[in-house]
Design a protein around this ligand. Structure first.
Ligand SMILES: C[S@@+](CC[C@H](N)C(=O)[O-])C[C@H]1O[C@@H](n2cnc3c(N)ncnc32)[C@H](O)[C@@H]1O
Length: 220
């Protein structure tokens, strides 16, 4: 994770490293302007707050985020989330989007932070390489996306089967994913073509991140 953050150009701040086996990444951390301190096993465990003992724990300055409109301008394939407040789900959505070649994540203000510790761990550092933006006015941003096809993911039976959707290769597109509890709001649903991933009878829905993976693959 520390390697990936450095590779992505994130600016290092402070690191705590295992003094008995200093990891090579500590040198690069310092070369790029960070400060590294030695911490024993107990100290590193205490600071990380996890059961696992890491050879390096690091803090970086938060990279500057693009605005929602800058992100939309720049990205051909956008994943948009509304109300996804579980950081593990956000981490998983980021990882799926990055792995399947999508190039940006737009989050509404109630969704979890892709740079929170839990989300970063689940995303395995991919959050450093795929840009994201947050917005307090998702509806306005969607209204401005007139050059893009919008696909709202919903398990509802009257939505179009995702297997019937064909997006021409040169068309900009976005998928929209809703919260675990309520799904996408009616306001957001009304902006987009509603698509569903067919499921076995009796199953209510897929997890938001699983639905994102299927849709990122199917609509890529
Ligand atoms: C746990 S589901 C939410 C279920 C919620 N009760 C609803 O009716 O939308 C979380 C999100 O994953 C996506 N999702 C889950 N299952 C889906 C499916 N079968 N087809 C399309 N999207 C799905 C949707 O974006 C949904 O908002």
């Amino acid at each position: 994770m520390v390697e990936r953050a450095l590779e992505a150009g994130c600016r290092p701040f402070r690191a705590l490293v295992d003094g008995s086996r200093i990891p090579p990444v500590a040198d690069r951390f310092v070369e790029r302007g960070g400060e590294a301190f030695v911490g024993g096993d107990q100290v590193r465990k205490l600071v990380a707050g996890l059961g696992v003992l890491h050879s390096v724990i690091a803090l970086f300055h938060r990279p500057q985020r693009p605005s929602a409109s800058e992100l939309a301008k720049r990205c051909h394939r956008l994943v948009i989330v509304e109300g996804v407040d579980n950081p593990a789900n956000i981490g998983s959505i980021v990882r799926n989007a990055a792995a399947l070649g999508w190039d940006g994540i737009l989050l509404d203000h109630t969704s979890a932070d892709p740079l929170s510790r839990r989300a970063l761990r689940v995303a395995m550092g991919t959050a450093f390489s795929i840009p994201h933006a947050r917005t307090t006015s998702l509806i306005d941003e969607l209204g401005a996306m007139t050059d893009r096809r919008l696909y709202a993911l919903t398990p509802h039976a009257d939505a179009a089967d995702i297997r019937t959707i064909l997006v021409p290769a040169d068309h900009r597109r976005a998928i929209l994913i809703g919260s675990e509890r309520n799904g996408l709001s009616d306001a957001v649903l009304s902006f987009a073509t509603q698509v569903r991933i067919p499921m076995a009878a009796g199953v209510d829905s897929l997890n938001a991140a699983a639905a994102a993976a299927v849709a990122c693959y199917a609509l890529a």
